[in-house]
Design a protein around this ligand. Structure first.
Ligand code: MG
Length: 376
């Protein structure tokens, strides 16, 4: 088990569940970073007493005043977040930030020799080649927190070479729907996920299947497999969290009730297993497990993600930036659901290809794709 943790994105869905795990196992928390939820951050800081906290610039003065009676250091600004990730004293950084904002802090923590319990998808989607090669050079572990990658990681612990990864997904709230239906979808519809409780960005991504696309790209990087060795399987009940087929064609699956705390905990206690806050799986209550092929014609962003990681370079970063921006516009009611698909595809298609992008080029590709989405 890790001796202490720093949590980036502590007030979000994964962050608060990571704190549940820390509370249960008395894992010291040395630093917390949040966006704008200063009241929640203050409460967390008073409970866990970290050495430092980070908050968005807009709330810096106010949080500093709130914590004036403590010795907790308050940081802000982009450099503050990167500095926090590098200088914090914990051996493990839980990165639960949402969006591309999570990329540089991961890189900074890797350079500082820390293991990463990774929930931030964009780190590997946008900068997977760079982050994984630096992690290998530094000898640090990238421990997956996302349920699917945690499942694959758990299956791989038995040893043997993975022949194929079977990446499962629930299919989202619009499973089985056609294009005519999708024309009518509103932000409120897209925010209702059947099985998992998550933040708004990832819930919309689950509905478009882009979430599975991003996870597909992450799996390529995390497990060092080529895209043709990953198959997406719709598993409607979200009981099987992913599977690995080995060379002898044995398939191992990891199952459990959909509760992220089990995955977060495994990343923090690895390689040990211990009692968790997650409930027991009752297979008789589940009754049956159903499997389907994903409908990539109706939901083209999954196919886009597969094509994009096959080409590689800076294209996943551009696609991800375009998607993040387009989801934001959709949630604000500025563009329709189907327009979201088209605009992400177009923004990715117009990106100038760079085979081996630097961190700066990755961020520039992200920015350019966002600008395209804002202007179209
Ligand atoms: Mg997932």
């Amino acid at each position: 088990m890790t001796s202490s943790i720093c949590i980036l994105g502590s007030t979000g869905s994964i962050g608060t569940q990571a704190l549940d795990v820390a509370r249960k196992h008395h894992i010291p928390v040395t630093a917390l970073a949040a966006g704008t939820r200063e009241e929640t951050l203050e409460r967390q800081a008073r409970e866990f007493l970290p050495a430092a906290v980070y908050i968005d610039d807009s709330r810096y003065a106010s949080l500093k005043a709130r914590l004036a009676d403590t010795s907790i250091r308050v940081l802000s600004g982009r450099e503050g977040l990167i500095e926090l990730a590098a200088t914090d004293t914990s051996p493990t950084v839980v990165n639960a930030l949402t969006g591309i904002l999570g990329f540089l802090p991961t890189l900074s923590a890797v350079e500082a020799g820390k293991d990463i319990a990774l929930a931030n998808k964009e780190t590997l989607v946008a900068g997977g080649d760079l982050v994984m090669s630096r992690a290998a050079e530094k000898g640090v572990k990238i421990l997956p927190v996302d349920s699917e990658h945690s499942a694959i990681f758990q299956c791989l612990q038995c040893g043997g070479k993975a022949k194929k990864i079977l990446l499962t997904g629930s299919g989202g709230p619009f499973f089985g729907k056609d294009k005519a239906f999708l024309e009518t979808v509103t932000a409120a519809d897209a925010l209702r996920h059947p099985n998992w409780s998550m933040g708004p960005k990832i819930t919309v991504d689950s509905s478009t299947l882009m979430n599975k696309g991003l996870e597909f790209i992450e799996a390529v990087h995390l497990f060092g497999v080529t895209p043709d060795r990953i198959e997406v399987v719709i598993q409607r009940e979200s009981i099987i969290h992913s599977m690995v087929q080995f060379e002898d064609n044995a398939v191992l699956a990891q199952m459990g009730v959909p509760d992220m705390r089990l995955c977060i905990q495994y990343a923090l206690t690895y390689p040990e297993r211990t009692e968790s806050p997650a409930g027991e799986l009752d297979l008789f209550e589940v009754g049956k497990l159903t499997f389907y092929k994903p409908d990539t014609r109706t939901f083209p962003l999954l196919q886009l993600a597969k094509d994009t990681i096959t080409k590689g370079g800076n294209l996943p970063a551009a696609m991800n930036g375009a998607n993040e921006e387009a989801v934001g516009r959709f949630l604000k009611g500025e563009i329709s659901y189907l327009r979201l698909f088209d605009i992400v595809i177009a923004a990715t298609a117009q990106t100038a290809f760079i085979q081996n992008p630097t961190a700066e080029e990755i961020l520039a590709s992200d920015r350019a794709a966002r600008e395209y989405v804002r202007g179209h």
